[in-house]
Write a protein that binds this ligand. Structure first.
Ligand SMILES: [Zn+2]
Ligand SMILES: [Zn+2]
Length: 348
């Protein structure tokens, strides 16, 4: 089969690789019908994720068709259409028993395209297949379903639910990239009064408006704190989501929240940030961090199937598998190309 292989920092190739085989009774082999690229894959390619070793097939999001199941798989059969989630779950360990699948101790968690070969391939081996896939309901397209592999549950769980968004809230989202936009989509499920999107790129703010932001702020030309003060009589936002992953944006997020509010960090950080306890010890803040657990995926699948959540606008560029290199190029130059999520499907 063909697969997108990480060859070491800065090097990748769409190349021939051995077909995956069943290794454990709980495994399934899935033919990948649709796959996407995550910002995390770009971090891996830069060499920022040293656990990923050379010759690893990348990718942790896919929709596909089961072709083979191990002897221990009970709920899937060849021919089933499934979403392959970014998080696998052994289902048995302490964390899985508490639905914290992202922290799985039994060999699951974020393993695809990280510790084992991933989904950017014609076929993928999915461990713990009963617990790590979700059936695609009738009437839901591969493309819509694919957005539920990572960015939608991540923004919903780590942003909206950790941030405790409630009806009537003023919600500020710092960063309007794919995760920030998905946070806008999923925050709307909880009927906030006003969603404020904050980003330095006007093109991203335009996208934020189309996804449902009520107010957009470019901090290069406007003070986000002033805008939020006007909306909240000087209190600050009820919930601020950090969806960038830099020290400055984290520290700004803490400055935008009201006393008693929530700061939900979604961004992936690579450098230390300062927590200004000397200012906030008195403010009754809740600050959360997290890796997605995907416990919300069944809810999100239901919302898409019931046409209460529309993810189609996330996909800005479409490619076939034999254009994988071009897809990476477009996705990695998102500031110029306007790429949010790129969709790759089987070559015709
Ligand atoms: Zn991802
Ligand atoms: Zn587990």
């Amino acid at each position: 089969m063909k697969a997108l292989v990480y060859l070491g920092p800065g090097r990748r190739s769409w190349q021939e690789m051995p077909d995956p085989q069943i290794q454990h009774p709980g495994d399934a082999i899935v033919r990948v019908d649709a796959v996407t690229i995550c910002g995390t894959d770009l971090h891996i390619l830069k060499g920022d994720v040293p656990e990923v070793t050379a010759n690893r097939i990348l990718g942790h999001e896919a929709v596909g068709t089961v072709t083979e199941v191990g002897a221990g798989v009970e709920t899937l059969a060849a021919g089933d259409r499934v979403l392959v989630s970014c998080v696998s779950a052994c289902g048995r360990c302490r964390y899985c028993r508490e639905a914290h699948y992202g922290q799985c101790l039994g060999g699951g968690g974020w393993i695809l395209g990280h510790l084992i070969d991933g989904t950017q391939a014609e076929y993928v081996r999915v461990p713990f297949a009963d617990n790590s896939t979700h059936r695609v309901p009738e009437g839901v397209s591969d493309e819509q379903m694919l957005m539920l592999a990572d960015i939608l549950p991540t923004s919903y769980e780590v942003g909206v639910l950790n941030g405790a968004v409630r009806p009537g809230d003023v919600v500020a989202i710092v960063g309007a990239g794919p995760i920030g936009l998905a946070a806008i989509l999923t925050a709307r499920l909880h009927s906030p009064r006003t969603i404020v999107a904050i980003d330095l790129a006007d093109s991203r703010l335009d996208a934020a408006r189309t996804f449902g932001a009520d107010v957009v702020v470019n901090p290069g030309t406007q003070s986000a704190r002033q805008v939020i003060d006007q909306l909240t009589s000087g209190l600050g936002a009820d919930c601020v989501m950090e969806a960038v992953g830099t020290p400055g944006t984290f520290e700004d997020s803490v400055r935008l929240v009201r006393a008693g509010g929530h700061v939900a960090n979604i961004g992936v950080h690579g450098a230390p940030a300062t927590l200004h306890l000397e200012e906030i010890w008195i403010k009754n803040l809740t600050i959360t961090t997290g890796l997605v657990d995907t416990y919300s995926t069944p809810t999100l699948v239901g919302l898409v199937a019931g046409q209460r959540l529309d993810t189609t606008a996330m996909v800005t560029h479409r490619f076939t598998f034999d254009e994988f290199e071009a897809a990476y190029d477009v996705f990695s130059r998102s500031a110029e190309t306007g790429a949010l999520k790129v969709l790759l499907t089987v070559s015709q």
